[in-house]
Design a protein around this ligand. Structure first.
Ligand SMILES: Nc1nc2c(ncn2[C@@H]2O[C@H](COP(=O)(O)OP(=O)(O)OP(=O)(O)O)[C@@H](O)[C@H]2O)c(=O)[nH]1
Ligand SMILES: [Mg+2]
Length: 164
C-alpha cells in the first residue's frame, strides 16, 4: 500500500487540527484544544490512477520559530501550510516554517491554505496577495474547516502532487 507522510504546518490556532478533522471525520468544533506535540491521523485518498494513504502529522502551532521541532517532519513527502485569513502575521509564520523545513530536508511539495474563509467580516488577506502567490506557481486554497469549503480539494491536490 502506498503511504505518504504529510505535515500540517502553521502558526498557533490557525486551524490545522480542525482541517484534519474536517477532512478525515467530516466534523467541526468551535472548541479550541491546542495540540501538544503531534497527533497522527490517516486517510485513504482515491485518485484516478491509484489509492494513497495519507499519514497526516498534525503538529503543534508555532509562532516562535525557535521552538519548532523540525525533526517531526523527517520522512515527510508533503506539507500543508496553514494561514489564518483573519490574522495577517500567520502568513509570515507559515512561510518561515516552510523555509526551516526546506533548509533541513530540502524542497517538497506543499499546498498553502488560507483558512477560516467563512469569517468574511474579519478577513484581512487581499485578493491581490493571493493572486501574487498563485503567480509563483503555488497551489493556494481558501478553506473553511467550519463549512468544509475547498478542504477536500486542497488535500486531494497535495495527494496528487506527492504521488507524481
Ligand atoms: N470560523 C472558523 N473557525 C475555525 C476554522 N478552523 C478552525 N477554527 C477555530 O479556530 C480555533 C483553532 O483551531 P485549531 O484547529 O485547534 O487550530 P490549530 O492550528 O490546530 O491550533 P494549535 O494546535 O494550537 O496550533 C478553534 O476554536 C476552531 O474552532 C474555520 O475554518 N472557521
Ligand atoms: Mg492543533
Amino acid at each position: 500500500m502506498l503511504q505518504k507522510k504529510i505535515c500540517m504546518l502553521g502558526g498557533f490556532s490557525v486551524g490545522k487540527t480542525s482541517l484534519v478533522r474536517r477532512f478525515v471525520q467530516s466534523i467541526f468544533s468551535e472548541t479550541y484544544l491546542t495540540t501538544v506535540g503531534v497527533k497522527i491521523d490517516k486517510k485513504s485518498v482515491v485518485l484516478p490512477d491509484k489509492t494513497v494513504d495519507l499519514i497526516l502529522w498534525d503538529l503543534a502551532g508555532e509562532d516562535d520559530i525557535g521552538s519548532f521541532r523540525v525533526s517531526y517532519v523527517r520522512g515527510a513527502t508533503g506539507l500543508v501550510l496553514v494561514v489564518d485569513g483573519t490574522r495577517a502575521a500567520t502568513l509570515a509564520a507559515a512561510l518561515t516554517l516552510r523555509e526551516r523545513v526546506e533548509a533541513e530536508f530540502g524542497a517538497m511539495p506543499f499546498v498553502l491554505l488560507f483558512n477560516k474563509s467563512d469569517l468574511v467580516d474579519k478577513w484581512v488577506i487581499p485578493d491581490s496577495e493571493i493572486d501574487d502567490l498563485r503567480q509563483r506557481g503555488w497551489q493556494v486554497y481558501l478553506t473553511s474547516a467550519l463549512t468544509g469549503e475547498h478542504v477536500d480539494d486542497a488535500f486531494l491536490q497535495l495527494a496528487t502532487m506527492v504521488t507524481k
